[in-house]
Design a protein around this ligand. Structure first.
Ligand code: CTP
Length: 401
């Protein structure tokens, strides 16, 4: 089973706790897609939820843009588990009655996945026969409950009705989903370009956006691995649940990678600059009338992939590289895998017109020792990341999600 949670937030003061729930859950490899009812937005902002979840938040049943992006039926089914937290008395009543008058209640009626509910309300509302009747009916429908707990309430009263703490909700989620296939493994991913300074304002770089590397880090975390992402300068947010170390140059990237060892698997997706200016100028280089442009003396950067692949102590059990080529893909990739000493290489054509560098889609050829090259169809970089992670899980003898 996967680790994707559709989190429905309804309107109660406990909604503020979902930020903590998402943050801690992401650290444990859960991926949240969130829906906020109108009332929930009075307590927590879609922006705060989206920032922590790393995904767009949905709220409106009749939004044509939302429906075009993701129909409500698909939204209700793409998750592995639906969680309602906090669940108000009103939402429990709607669920028990099978109402579907907004996006949240419609998703709950349309889903074919297990549903976990964390109620939160005033003690009298919780103990009211109508609510208790609804809870009984929902239990009978197979809905699971976590909490509510007893204690002091935001409304000043004491009794049962306080939403379960994020840790307790996470424990309930994990007992329903089981651990991810890569639970207990450590992973290292490099991503993005590096910038190699020429002077304080100029640098050598490349067109890498970091999308593929970031997607791999995220997919590894979703599969339950403890992930360190070492990223060059990119315009992407840090993936949720991933320890991200931001660096600028190739040498800094190498240092951060070595500091992250030991790991079980390393994926080098960064487009590291092969060379750097030997002596970056301390002051901005001036245009010198009549003297022509300055000559840049370059020196070689460390090859991070190779360093990881050939080390004796703490060599990751699986080292995976990319081969960005503009021609003779298979031939160059084979040679590169040998030269770098890595176990697998994903070769992609980055020639003019391929739109791989900086784009959202990718097409690769997977080369493994002793196996025929495997050609994967063009797909979204996130999908490619998940497929790669499924292969990694298999290589470690784990059942992929
Ligand atoms: N790589 C690395 N450190 C470098 C250069 C490359 O870790 N200094 C890694 C990349 O992350 C990628 C693989 O090596 O996984 C291949 O990168 P690529 O740019 O295709 O190859 P190069 O080593 O630069 O070789 P060439 O320029 O001959 O294609």
């Amino acid at each position: 089973m996967g680790r994707r949670v559709l989190l429905i937030v309804t309107g109660g003061i406990a909604a503020y706790k979902v930020l903590e729930l998402i943050r801690r859950g992401a650290e444990r490899g859960l991926r949240f897609r969130c829906v906020l009812t109108r009332a929930a937005q009075e307590f927590v902002t879609p922006l705060a939820v989206a920032s922590l979840a790393g995904e767009k938040v949905y709220s409106d049943l009749f939004s044509l843009t939302d429906e075009a992006e993701m129909g409500h039926i698909r939204l209700s089914r793409e998750a592995d588990l639906v969680v309602v937290a906090p669940a108000t008395a009103d939402m429990l009543a709607k669920m028990a009655g099978g109402l579907a008058d907004d996006l949240a209640s419609t998703l709950l009626l349309a889903t074919d996945k297990p549903v976990l509910v964390a109620p939160a309300m005033n003690p009298c509302m919780w103990q009211h026969p109508a609510t208790q009747r609804n809870v009984e009916r929902l239990r009978g429908d197979g809905i699971r409950f976590v909490g509510p707990e007893e204690g002091d309430m935001a409304c000043g009263e004491t009794g049962p009705g306080r939403m379960a703490e994020p840790e307790a909700i996470l424990a309930a989620i994990e007992s329903l989903l089981g651990p991810g296939p890569l639970a207990g493994l450590r992973a290292l991913v490099t991503s993005g370009p590096t910038h190699e300074p020429i002077d304080p304002v100029r640098y050598i770089a490349n067109r890498s956006s970091g999308r593929q590397g970031h997607a791999i880090a995220r997919a590894l975390a979703e599969a339950g691995a403890a992930v360190t992402l070492v990223s060059g300068p990119v315009a992407l947010p840090d993936p949720p649940g991933v320890r991200t170390v931001r660096v600028t140059t190739a040498r800094e990237m190498l240092e951060a990678c070595e500091a992250a060892l030991p790991v079980d698997v390393a994926v080098c997706a960064a487009a590291v600059c092969d060379w750097r200016p030997e002596r970056p100028a301390e002051d901005k280089l001036k245009k010198r009338e009549g003297k022509g442009p300055p000559l840049l003396e370059l020196t070689e950067n460390p090859d991070i992939l190779r360093r990881l692949a050939v080390r004796g102590e703490h060599r990751p059990r699986l080292v995976i590289g990319f081969a960005a080529e503009t021609g003779s893909l298979l031939e160059h990739a084979r040679e590169k895998r040998r030269r770098k000493g890595c176990d697998w290489i994903l070769a992609n054509d980055v020639g003019a017109g391929s739109a791989v560098f900086g784009g959202t889609r990718n097409r690769v050829l997977l080369l493994r020792d002793g196996e025929e090259p495997e050609s994967w169809p063009e797909m979204d970089k996130q999908e490619l990341a998940r497929r790669l992670v499924a292969e990694i899980a298999r290589a470690f003898g784990r059942e992929p999600a």
